[in-house]
Design a protein. Structure first.
Length: 171
């Protein structure tokens, strides 16, 4: 790991009170964090260049230990976004718990997003409000996830179709 990742991580860490080790990998702009009055809880994790995080008033963002956010990942938390431990998120992925704007004078709708532990999310996936992704699931590149994904499931295509679910090992 290049030493610059530690230095860059210190610059980003100021946005994450009480966080563990934050690595901000070199090769582009620092990750951008806009906390507009919410709560951010981050354990040790790695962020690539171009990551953008927005947390709105009253919103909560929690990122677990060992999680990796690749280039240009965007996370928007207006209500609650919880990302588990050891999650790997591919480049250009968007995770949001809100529509960001209302329709016909109505306020924006928000619903929490929960991503379990050991989940892998392929590049350019879109995880929308109200989704719960179970532990060990795999989200294929380009999937648009609008409904819950069971643990150990493999989801692919823009329709986020469950291709199969791996049976949990028995002891």
């Amino acid at each position: 790991m290049p030493l610059s990742a530690f230095w860059r991580g210190l610059l980003v860490r100021r946005h994450f009170p009480g966080a563990g080790l934050i690595l901000a990998l070199p090769g582009g702009p620092l990750p951008c964090v806009h906390n507009l009055g919410g709560e951010i809880r981050v354990e040790s994790c790695s962020l690539e260049a171009g990551v953008r995080i927005e947390v709105y008033p009253g919103g909560v963002l929690a990122i677990g230990k060992g999680t990796y956010l690749n280039r240009n990942v965007q996370i928007v938390a207006s209500d609650s976004v919880v990302i588990g431990q050891q999650v790997k998120i591919g480049w250009d992925t968007v995770i949001m718990d809100t529509d960001l704007h209302g329709y016909s004078g109505q306020p924006a709708k928000t619903r929490p997003v929960v991503i379990g532990d050991n989940v892998w999310i392929g590049c350019r996936a879109l995880i929308l409000k109200g989704v719960r992704i179970g532990d060990g699931a795999i989200i294929g590149a380009g999937a648009i996830v609008t409904k819950d994904v069971p643990p150990l499931a493999v989801v692919a295509s823009p329709a986020a179709t469950v291709l199969f679910t791996v049976a949990a090992p028995t002891n």
